[in-house]
Ligand binder design. Structure first.
Ligand SMILES: [Fe+2]
Length: 195
């Protein structure tokens, strides 16, 4: 019998939520934390990127953080995510840039912040990036060669450690009625494509 998505997702999460990651996030929140939902995303080459592939901050409470789990090598796909730090994010806000307006989101941050210090990691498959997506500006870079797959874990403070949190059984219910024991979590978010 093939492995269910539930098994696959659980193995990835068990590997991500190791002692080192747990310590970093607990220190950041100064509290226990849990995963509130998991998002599966596949991006394809696109010459005219929109939404998350332009500079923005995410909607949502500021007291959360994202773990982006790369399932492919950025060196192979060309797909990655760029960031600026908190200070530059505040400077971008002070220019009046409105990330909630999808129409006016820009591809080149230097258009509004000439000396922006863009951080551009090159993750390998299995690497994770942890960042507060509601507070810092970031921009997805479309893959240039083949699709790029990521799993995004939304992390929020919790009263209990992850191992004991009710969210441990609830977080995969989003989107509503998703049942990983019966379906492929990556579908329709994730499709294998040829190189
Ligand atoms: Fe985002």
């Amino acid at each position: 019998m093939p492995e269910t998505s539930f098994g696959l997702v659980n193995r990835i999460i068990a590997s991500v939520m190791n002692e080192h990651t747990t310590e970093i996030i607990r220190d950041y929140f100064e509290a226990h934390f849990s995963i509130s939902c998991a998002i599966f995303s596949e991006a394809f080459p696109d010459a005219d990127p929109i939404t998350s592939f332009r500079w923005h901050k995410d909607y949502g409470p500021s007291c959360q953080t994202h773990i982006m789990v790369y399932l492919d090598d950025a060196a192979e796909t060309g797909g990655r995510t760029e960031f600026v730090n908190y200070d530059d994010s505040k400077r971008i806000d002070s220019t009046g840039y409105d990330p909630t307006n999808l129409e006016s989101r820009i591809k080149n941050i230097e258009r509004i912040l000439k000396d922006a210090d863009v951080i551009s990691p090159q993750p390998a498959a299995g690497d994770i990036l942890i960042f507060n997506a509601t507070e810092i500006y970031h921009c997805g870079i479309h893959p240039s060669h083949k699709s790029r797959k990521v799993m995004i874990l939304i992390i929020q403070p919790d009263f209990l450690p992850w191992a004991q949190s009710p969210n441990r059984v609830l977080f995969l219910n989003y989107p509503l009625n998703r049942d990983l024991s019966r379906e492929n979590a990556f579908h329709p978010y994730y499709k294998e494509v040829d190189a």
